[in-house]
Each structure stands twice: as C-alpha cells, then as structure tokens.
Design a protein around this ligand. Sequence first.
Ligand SMILES: [Zn+2]
Length: 72
Amino acid sequence: MLEPMQHGMSVYCSCGRIMDLDRQEMEFKICLGKELECSRCRNMRIGREIELLNALFSGLVDEDGCVTAEMV
Ligand SMILES: [Zn+2]
C-alpha cells in the first residue's frame, strides 16, 4: 500500500549540491549507514569502484586493493 506523499527534504551533499530526498528514502539510507550523496557523487563513486574492479580483473591490484603493477 502506498502512503500519502510526504514532504521531501533538502539535504546538502558533501560536494555542496542540494539533494531533494524523500523523508523515507533519507531515513532508509541513514539506517543502512549509507552516506547521503547526490547522483553526481554516486556516479563518481560507482565509477571509481568499477575502475578498481577492472584493475582487480586485470591483475593490477590484489584483493586488498594493493597495487601490484604500475597503473598508468
Ligand atoms: Zn555530491
């Protein structure tokens, strides 16, 4: 069942952008211990994680994230 629309909340991301978050969404993220980040920061973070994964698969880093080869 859908609850009636609640007021959204404006939260500042660490980069200074204002996010309009649903109150439930915000509480959910806080509950999960996730940082509140805007879509741009999230995309950048995901991009970095993909880069790390690619490096892992290429054998450039080991499982601890230590660089085993020169990354140029
Ligand atoms: Zn941000």
